[in-house]
Design a protein around this ligand. Sequence first.
Ligand SMILES: [Zn+2]
Length: 332
Amino acid sequence: MKSFVFQNQTIKPGTKRSMLLPVVAGTDSTVIPVSVFHGAKEGPVLGIIAGVHGYEYPPIVAAQQFAQTLDPAQLSGTVILVHIANVPSFLGRRIQYNPLDGKNLNRVFPGKADGTITERMAWLLGNDIIGRCNYVIDVHAGDAQDDLRPYAGYYNYFDTPELSEKGRQMAVALGFPYVIQFGNEPSLKNELGVYCSREAIKRGIPAVDIECGRFGMAESENVAQIKQALHNLLVHLRLETGQPLTNNQPYIIAQRTSVNSEHMGFFYPQVKAGEFIHKGRKLGYVTDLFGNRLADVLAPVNGVVLYMSSTPPISKGESLFSIGHIPVAAQP
Ligand SMILES: [Zn+2]
């Protein structure tokens, strides 16, 4: 077994190393905390990325706890674990955006070597983390306003069937009851990565997403689900020994519909994430800032509420619901 060289550090087989990777853009600066677990035996390199959105605490807490229990002496392969990709957003308690430049890290991939701080963070994550991996998982949760039903997701592009199939297998292996297909388009060739895990796909590296947890809160049930899913993935990829999940038959959701608000004001939801809905069902209503009712929000399709904005403020054009299509006959 060879040592693993990462950021000019030599990590011996069966050992781990933690480090802070600096990112500087003019007067803005931050660090990205990374731990590398280099296994005693040969195997693939898996990148685990948490905290691309710094207010989504369940993945961040789960990754930290997972790192405490991961023993490189027992690993076949290498895990590069990003504890918090977006430290300014985490410390600043800022949803979606990096407070230093107002950009969404999960919308700027591949980033820029000479860009703003968020663009440089993406550049480092793409080249120094994702680019070093054979497999990548990016872990998210519902942000401060979002109620969410846990699911796994993967990209399906028709011109890279092997890459898509590896992503599908990883998504199923995580153990969630729903798997969302992103993409479902002919090709990614003429597009940028934009999203963290799609940057991996763009580079030909199989990748998968988790969405688990709601309102940013690190609820123990969701933290435990994420840790279990990460363990399942390591077993699936043979980095850890154990029995892979063979009985998970998730519902594959190939299409989603986003419901956006036509008004600014207060949103009063009348369903919760995870509920099954029929087309035409009333999902809630919007009032103006004085409490006068402006509009009912109706379900445009049959499906399941994957995530939804559940706190009062809503702007015109903002997303209220993401509904995964499930025909009525397939609903319980
Ligand atoms: Zn997120």
